[in-house]
Design a binder for this molecule. Sequence first.
Ligand code: RUQ
Ligand code: CUA
Ligand code: CA
Length: 609
Amino acid sequence: MKVSILLPLLALAPMAFTGCNSDTTARQQKTAAQNASAAQLTYVAPGKLDDYYAILSGGQSGSVFVYGLPSCRFIKEIPIFEPRAALGYANNPGSETYKRLAATGPLWGDTHHPVLSQTGGRYDGDWLWINDKANDRIAKIDLRTFEVAEIKVVPNIQGAHGLAAYLPSCKYVFVNGELETDHAGNSTEAEKYRSLVAFLDAQTLETKFQVSFVGNADIASSGKDGRYVFVTMYNTENAVSSEGMIERDRDAVGAIDVPLAEKALADGNFTKINGVPVIESEKVPGVLTLIPVPKNPHGCNVTPDGKYVLASGKLSPTVTIIDTKTLKVIAEPEVGLGPLHTTFDDRGNAYTSLFVDSQIVKWNIAKAIQGADDYIVDRVDVHYNVGHTKAAGADTSHPNGDWLISLNKLSKGMFLPVGPAMPESQELIDISGDKMRVVAAFPSLPEPHDAVMVHRKVLEDKVVQTHHLQANAVKLGEEKVVRNGSKVDVYMTCIRSKFVPEQFEVHEGDEVTVHLTNVETVRDMTHGVAFSRIGINVGVDPGQTVETTFKAPNPGTYWYYCTWFCSALHLEMRGRMLVKPQGAQLNEYLGPLAKEDKARSVQKESAYE
Ligand code: RUQ
Ligand code: CUA
Ligand code: CA
């Protein structure tokens, strides 16, 4: 209230004075007032929760980042295509999750497009999908635990880029192959190159079928009625040089008729390549319609009402509006230089990122279609060179219309200098009024391409307090060491502040598998176990069971210790693996060691008397 009264007064202030000193003072005051009101909008007191989860792809971090909005506080990183000792799922070479990741390719990734599952045109808070562009993998994250549930390689594809869920059912997620190859043979001749869009079962991530064509496919978006999905194509030239890729004046938006593709599949109208049915677009008329748009488009976004798909011009200062039923171009409004992606509010407005202009432009879709002069509503400068932009809920049929995030490629002087490479820069923009307003900026690791924002209410009853005990959980009191020749299984539990067993013995060279269950029943009581000098470190959340396998090294004492500061006795939370020479007598686990310790300490104390 105070602010809205103050602002107009301050705006008039320069007229009342003539000297430039006073003018500067007035302007400083105005800036200070603006900053104060922006701070009010984004301030979330310690202990209070943010309204939104913002889930940002981690780019070359191979992960996704979770921030709280509007405070812009960093909450979690979910490692997906890379192992991480402390967090997530793929923590060490002996674990099942690590093996699952390693079996699908390198231990790093390049994540671009986070996608949330929907039911009835709204986010349902169940699943998050993300692509690894570099290694052609898709992962599914379970939002009950924010951990990876599935990860699969997409066959035949190179440069798995645009990713979206097929709407409204979400039965598929589909991903574009941006980089052309001869996926049928192994030819190096560019004439044979094709690209494809792969349709994956959204749950198992098995590739169900693919639609192949000449050209490429960059960014993906789904219609809302189960008919078409859309992809932008910047290389209809099928060129292999950057000059060749900008040869044509117009490239295309491709519309894939999904029911028609499913029919071709049912009719056996496909070729199997590497076990996957591939439908060649030339052989199934209507399965792929090319809609000409200005050269080298980038983003592709379907409006919340499902009526239009918008292709952002990139090299053209326009956004092309295409009717999703007739597949006809109905308008091509100019919006500014370097349009990359478009997002939406709940009031019929579109927001397009302008890479070259370093702006977000707000424009009214209906007015642009009518050809009205005043379709541009507002522009705001961002810092700098924005790629993706996303408004809260914008992928659904019911956008929230309050916040927008601008994912900027360059941060230049936005943050403390940390060498030649700077962090990426995100800006939070209030879009609830007619005018947009940048209210905060926050850095991240390189580099978020895209983001989704979901209201915390959606996840409120979904996120679990502790893991549900798995079938392989070790129960309290049932800890044991089982030997089978040189294979040793150690069934271990942990709870504040003790591992049971606190000691086990193996022979040098034994294959040791530790099954560790965290039997805590309270949220946040994570423990971890690091085996000194063996290269094992694994976090274990409440209720979770982790398994890790390694080879017992040279004879000696190897301590294992808890890696999460869990209690006042955290440092004491440790145990010993005693490695004995081959053939030596092994002692079984002897139960509590405290008695022996006590006997020893009595001896020692008497030595001081
Ligand atoms: S692409 S801007 Cu994956 Cu737009 Cu990055
Ligand atoms: Cu358990 Cu520290
Ligand atoms: Ca082109």
